[in-house]
Design a protein around this ligand. Structure first.
Ligand SMILES: [Zn+2]
Length: 180
């Protein structure tokens, strides 16, 4: 069952659909435990019809729900390339170092609460994901002006959005696929 302890990290490395939670290896999904003694890895073979879990490398759509210091919190809405429903309500985190190539001083120059984003999954631990938005296609897909809540359009350069209603300019990490 998801969350069940299936081993300890001194003995095994978590592999597919398993994750390390404070020294205990836990299952991400309902399935059968599979141990590889050669590689000392432990994984879960999901029950048929239950592979609706996200994996490293997949692209997701989500919404920024909070920005705390160096971390942006993301409510995951769906996987990009499938219409399948997700088995978890996933929560994602984007660290300030994972937003774009090169240095970003503060997260609020890239994201604001409410922004719809596309990101790549870089780590899966149960229903917690680490995300990255360095790819050109990743980043903010749709954003509202923080002053008047109108949807904004891309500005002249690739780092700013422009509000046609009130004239405000705001910095973002803008996806090449920004919707407007
Ligand atoms: Zn505005």
């Amino acid at each position: 069952m998801p969350g069940d302890v299936i081993g300890v990290s001194e003995q095994f490395l978590p592999d597919k659909l398993a994750y390390d939670d404070g020294g205990y290896i836990k299952a991400s999904v309902l399935g059968t435990v599979s141990i590889n003694d050669l590689t000392k890895t432990i994984s879960i073979i999901p029950k048929a019809g239950n592979p609706n879990v996200l994996e490293v490398g997949e692209k997701i759509y989500g919404q920024i729900t909070d920005i705390r210091g160096q971390r942006a919190m993301v409510n995951i809405q769906s996987a990009k390339n499938t219409s399948r429903g997700l088995v978890f309500s996933y929560m994602g985190v984007i660290h300030v170092s994972q937003v774009k190539k090169g240095y970003l001083e503060k997260l609020t120059d890239a994201f604001r609460i409410g922004d719809i984003i596309q990101a790549k999954v870089t780590k899966v631990a149960g229903n917690n994901l680490d995300l990255n938005t360095e790819d050109n296609s990743d980043g903010v897909l749709k954003a509202m002006c923080t002053r008047c809540r109108a949807y904004m359009i891309p500005g002249k350069n690739k780092t700013e959005l422009y509000c046609e209603v009130c004239g405000k300019r705001e910095k973002r990490k803008i996806s090449d696929d920004y919707i407007y």
